[in-house]
Design a protein around this ligand. Sequence first.
Ligand code: PLP
Length: 432
Amino acid sequence: MKKLLATAQMLDRQDGLGGFRDQFHFPLNPDGTEQHYFCGHSLGLQPKSAAAALQEDLDAWRRLAVRGHFEGKLPWMDYNDTLSRQLAGLCGAHRAEIVVMNTLSVNLHLLMVSFFQPGPARRKILMEKNAFPSDRYAVESQLRFHGLDPADCLVELEPAPGEHLVEESSIEKFLEAHGKEIALVLWPGVQYISGQSFDLARVSDAAHRAGAMIGFDLAHYIGNLPLSLHESGCDFAAWCHYKYLNAGPGAVAGCFVHERHHRDHDLPRFHGWWGNDRASRFRMAPEFVPSKGAAAWQLSNPPVLAMAPLRASLEIFQAAGMEKLRQKSMAMSAFMVEGIQSHLGEFLEVLTPSDPEKRGCQISSRVRSGREDGRQLFEYLEQRGVITDWREPDVIRVAPVPLYNRFEDGYTLLNHMAEWARITGSPARPSP
Ligand SMILES: *Cc1c(COP(=O)(O)O)cnc(C)c1O
């Protein structure tokens, strides 16, 4: 363990991104010291600049009232464009392909309204067996909305027996065999339990070869791995901004709609006045004239005060650079995985793929000794100011986030885990 600490400290000294840590607020222990935070995959930390950004918008409202729509440093009319421009860079997309609106589950519904168009033969949705519940509820209710029976039309791909990951090759094989029945594939960018990341272009190609539409849920991908959404070719994507994007609880979410759909006037879509082209929006005419691109999916005028922290957060991502963050993230996750395997292998089984290309920063492990002990590990860590995340029945998830975690935080986590292992003694051997 001593050697591990020295390695962590050396890596921290060489880290060109170490300074970004100071731009975030850390939750505190009762004695006032900072906690070791590994839950950025669930709720990212608050950027110190968020309060000032929010205050700016509050001031504009106080000083300008209704004129704030058109005047001030960042008129509310253009707020969304500013965010789309910032996000386009992070997403590898054209600005017109991005829109910031609503929340993730809402956007999944709005996008499925457009991109799930069941016909007589092709009427099923393919997703993964262990999908995030909200995504599954959304898909199931969309099927029912079209008068379809989820028992027949919701197809869930599961890992091969004895495996816990679904490989891209399995998706390809499935679609080659059954693709004719699939109208839409809804797939995660990063699987939220295992931390496995998918090759978005490869999954998109497989779906398109089968004649299906493809949409990605990027909740655990954005701000975690570099994106080339336009090039990936997917039809749409949706994500939230409160995980790796650090924009605060329930933050306004984001969507991508590929350029190839921007001029398709036959695409069904739910409309509201904010999706109307800006030039004619305030003529208040009865005819809907769609905005160009993803902006046409907007319904309401945007919640500006809720968007301020996102603006602050995107500036930090721009300053740090996603490629550099990814390099550090790969080094940190490797440090964690190697640390777990060499010091805790008897207690923890790493579920996240060992290939760094197939994961982001989240590392998930199964506690080998079973349900009771596993939860105790999570609580043991929490009592020592190390914040991780527990998924029943036996998975502990930790995310060393390159923007604000240090290698030494990773060491501290491993060291506490090793202490716990020493105290609880040798676990039962894993079942075969
Ligand atoms: C976090 C997350 C959600 C949460 O949905 P909200 O609408 O933002 O509450 C949905 N799906 C996935 C895959 C997630 O990771």
